[in-house]
Structures are given as structure tokens and as C-alpha cells.
Design a binder for this molecule. Structure first.
Ligand code: L4W
Ligand code: ZN
Length: 268
């Protein structure tokens, strides 16, 4: 059981592992950080947890870009067009972007783990509470501000829906590159079973690491092919101008102590 380290120790661990985060990150409190290991036998079944209710409009898909840490597919969140409700949520949340975390090999790459089991990659669909806030940037540091759906990726058969996204990646190899990306329905990336998930209160896994996230981690994974994942690894952390190009791999955070939090499950 990872001890509940002090904020200073946690920051030192984070910075040591992520030289790219030069500034110490003052995290408020720091006892609800993500990602975590989900210990299945310690999760608590909650019969009040509903199935996820996603209602995504592919017309709100706008662009795909390399932010130097992952690649983001961004949605127009200026109206309630692509929304998430249900699950553990009381309010309505708007989809603003989705992105992935992955490893340099298929042996690791996910941020969350299930009974210490690592997956080669993890999808994050990022939503903000449009009942309480008017902008994502406000919700990031607000109470009950964000809801992130995590979906594990396994290597297996080719994911037909993902291929349109994979084909766009060579155009955004370098940090800072953006291309138009439209009419992509993120629902195709969800597993068939959206009833079974774990949920807990946590944080963003990159700066500003704010503890405003209701995490919803799906029990069922999706499958992508080895070749599709290899294209993720062809992206670069670095911009075109930098002399030394660095492959965008291992863009995941070290796991954080649970600090007494309960992980609830929607299934037995
Ligand atoms: C005020 C700007 C904040 C930009 C940072 O936004 C994020 C950061 C991390 C995640 S993650 N890996 O926890 O899903 C989602 C969104
Ligand atoms: Zn993420």
C-alpha cells in the first residue's frame, strides 16, 4: 500500500519522473490525486450508480493537435451538444476533448491499473460541468468541475473507428501542430458495455493536477491493432525546430496514493 506521502514528497516524485515539469506544482491538499491502482476487491458496489448517458454530436468535432504531451481531439463546447450525464453524475457535463496515454511498448502505458494490471494505453474523454460553470477553464479548478471517462486499450483486432484518427496523426507529428478534424463520433471509442465502471474522486493527471475530477473508469476495454498503436508512438514530444527529436511515448503519470478514498463500482 503506497503511503500517503506529503505534498513536498509527492511533488519531488512527480518532478523526478517528469523532467519536463520543471516547476513544482502546488496542488491544493494533494490527497486526491490521480491516477491510482483500482483494487477490485476493495471497491464498494453502489446500486445507485446509473449507466453512463452519453449524447455526442460528431458535428461538434473541430481539430486534432499535438500539445507536446499527447494528441487532443477537440470539440466545440460552446453549447450543450455533446454531453455526458448519468453514471455517478448529478449534473450535465460537456465534452471538450479526448486524448490518450501510452507506453513505448505494449507492456505498459495506461495511467490507471486494475489490481496492478497495466494496459498498453488509456483513452480519456474530458467533460466539464456546464450546469455549474460556463467555461472548461473555470471548471478545471472548481468543485465537481470535471468528469473524465477512462477506457483501457488492449492490442488485438484493428479498431475501424479509430483508423480515421490514426490516419490524421502523421500530419501532427510535432509539438504545436494542428489540423482540422471533423465529423468524428467519440462514442465509437466507448466499449459496448457502458454500465460497468469504477468511479472515484481524483485529479487531472497533468498540470495543473487540480482535484476537480469525477473519474469514471470503464471495466470493459476496447481493442486496437498493434499497427494502430505504433502510429501513436510515431508522434514526437518535440517541435519541428528542436534539434533532438523525442518520441512521444510513456506519457503517463506515476500512480498516486489512495489516501483513504473509496472506489465505487457500478457492478458486483
Ligand atoms: C486550464 C487548462 C487545463 C489544461 C489541462 O487539461 C487537462 C489535463 C489533464 C487531463 S487528464 N489526463 O487527467 O484527463 C485532462 C485535461
Ligand atoms: Zn489523460
Amino acid at each position: 500500500e503506497m503511503d500517503c506521502v506529503s505534498r513536498k514528497e509527492a511533488a519531488q516524485r512527480t518532478m523526478k519522473l517528469h523532467p519536463m515539469w520543471q516547476q513544482p506544482i502546488a496542488v491544493p491538499g494533494g490527497h486526491c490525486q490521480s491516477p491510482i491502482d483500482i483494487v477490485v476487491r476493495k471497491s464498494v458496489f453502489d446500486s445507485a450508480l446509473k449507466p453512463l448517458a452519453t449524447d455526442y454530436d460528431p458535428e461538434t468535432c473541430q481539430q486534432i493537435w499535438n500539445n507536446g504531451y499527447s494528441f487532443l481531439v477537440e470539440y466545440d463546447d460552446s453549447a450543450d451538444k455533446s454531453t455526458l450525464k448519468g453514471g455517478p453524475l448529478q449534473d450535465q457535463f460537456r465534452l471538450c476533448q479526448f486524448h490518450f496515454h501510452w507506453g513505448e511498448s505494449n507492456a505498459w502505458g495506461s495511467e490507471h491499473t486494475v489490481d496492478r494490471r497495466l494496459f498498453p494505453a488509456e483513452l480519456h474523454l474530458v467533460h466539464w460541468n456546464s450546469d455549474k460553470y460556463s467555461l472548461f477553464e473555470e471548471a478545471v479548478s472548481g468543485d465537481n468541475g470535471l468528469a473524465v471517462i477512462g477506457v483501457f486499450l488492449k492490442v488485438g483486432k484493428r479498431h475501424e473507428g479509430l483508423q480515421k484518427l490514426v490516419d490524421a496523426l502523421p500530419a501532427i507529428r510535432h509539438k504545436g501542430s494542428v489540423v482540422e478534424f471533423t465529423r468524428f463520433d467519440p462514442a465509437c471509442l466507448l466499449p459496448s458495455n457502458t454500465e460497468d465502471y469504477w468511479t472515484y474522486h481524483g485529479s487531472l493527471t497533468t498540470p495543473p493536477l487540480t482535484e476537480s475530477v469525477t473519474w469514471i473508469v470503464m471495466k470493459q476495454h476496447i481493442e486496437v491493432s498493434h499497427d494502430q498503436l505504433a502510429v501513436f508512438r510515431s508522434l514526437l514530444f518535440t517541435s519541428a525546430e528542436e534539434e533532438v527529436q523525442k518520441s512521444m511515448v510513456n506519457n503517463f503519470r506515476v500512480q498516486q496514493p489512495l489516501c483513504g478514498r473509496t472506489v465505487r463500482s457500478s457492478f458486483t
